[in-house]
Design a protein around this ligand. Sequence first.
Ligand code: HEM
Length: 459
Amino acid sequence: MSAGSAASAAPAPAGRTRPDTPPLVPGGAPLLGHAWNLVRDPLGFLAALRDHGDLVRIRLGPRTAYAVCAPQLAGALLKSPDYIVGGPLWDTLEVLLGKGVATSNGPLHRRQRRMMQPAFRPERIADYARVMAEEAQATAGRWRDGETVDVSAEMFRTAVRVVSRSLLEVDSIGEKADRISDSLHTVFEGLYRRMVLSVGPLYRVPTPANRRFERALADLHALVDEIVAERRRCGDGTEEDLLAVLLGARDESGQPLTDQEIHDHVVSLVVAGAENVASTLAWTFHLLTEHPEHERRLVEEVNQVTRGRPVAFADLTELRHTRNVVTEAMRIRPAAWIFTRRSVVETTLGGYRIPADADIVYSVYAMQRDPRSFERHLEFDPDRWNPERAADVPEFAMMPFSVGNRKCPGDHFSLAELTLILATVAPKWRLSPVEWTDTRTKVGITLHPRRLVLRADRR
Ligand code: HEM
């Protein structure tokens, strides 16, 4: 029996008999179904689905999709072998990621995860933290007193440099990381458009926007090839970074990975590692401008722990409030906000039938803002993560890094990076909004503030 079937132990929906298929959400348009609602107001639409049940049906054009709206069912979905990554999000991402770890399934995925695991061992994080601290200090050292800083762009650049330098050490990585950052920015914009509006042939028309996208994608792939070639020429570099692991890997028959496989892995890691971290940092700095009390506590904590020296990996366990601020920012402003799966067999979830080849969607954003799981759910309250209160959070209600076999391998890496960067920048700079700061949510592959430009005043 599958884990999907196990989820059928969840409470029955209201009604005398349990229906076979989940309720259809009312209000779909004749041809588009709910696709228009999803395009017009994705966050509001997905959050409102919980009013119709824990598992509901929506229509996206000709296809029916199933939306999971309760933590227990999301946990069951993610842990079940009856679903693979697939659906509209992943089909689009394959354009960028090829057959890397984030888009593969089955035995290939298991092999890829096993292979990259050494690069994410806890003891490796301490080494990466040196790079994180250096990059955080470089970012904080670049700003001038009183200037207006594009915090979103700065955090994106910092995150790309951290992931590239940590995982892909070659001599030219500093300069290449900046080029990766430029290309990736353009690629992300184009990908989200392709995800929500899948009008395939139109994207091949050579408009300036399409040409920019194609050029940026080609640059990104060329850069990754250059990095791998340089590393092959110059030897092993850092003993156990990701590139070393990939170049040394052998399959069951003793064969090394092909260049294409290595390429796809590297792109997957850089893409997954940059955008999520950058968006989370942007939201965190924004939230601190809105909550000066938590900013003050954070700065006091860092100063007390470090006494003016640069923040180091060993300090992280003592930076409890800083860590709570990061966690609460990830709850209320999750960067990775929607995920899709595809059923590989007919199965059940929450007592309902899910046919084979069905698209399932769940929104981390909706789940982490559900008033049934979080008291004062829309309030930014880092103290809710103090151990005595955190114990009240229902299982699977908070999972910014997901669970199951696709759980983010970069979770510890990210938490160290987010905390180090925040603890390095915040005590040096007081950030405040200016006239043209626009913190409305921009919905893309991740959620981020539209234009997070902030005035930086030296403390
Ligand atoms: C704030 C930072 C981050 C967040 C919120 C985040 C979130 C996630 C989530 C939710 C997934 C699972 C997607 C799913 O269930 O379908 C995931 C997968 C993944 N993440 Fe992260 N991530 C972050 C940073 C990173 C970093 C820094 C790296 C690498 C250095 C990374 C590498 C990956 C990879 C390779 C996958 C695909 C795993 C697989 O499919 O087996 N992530 N991430």
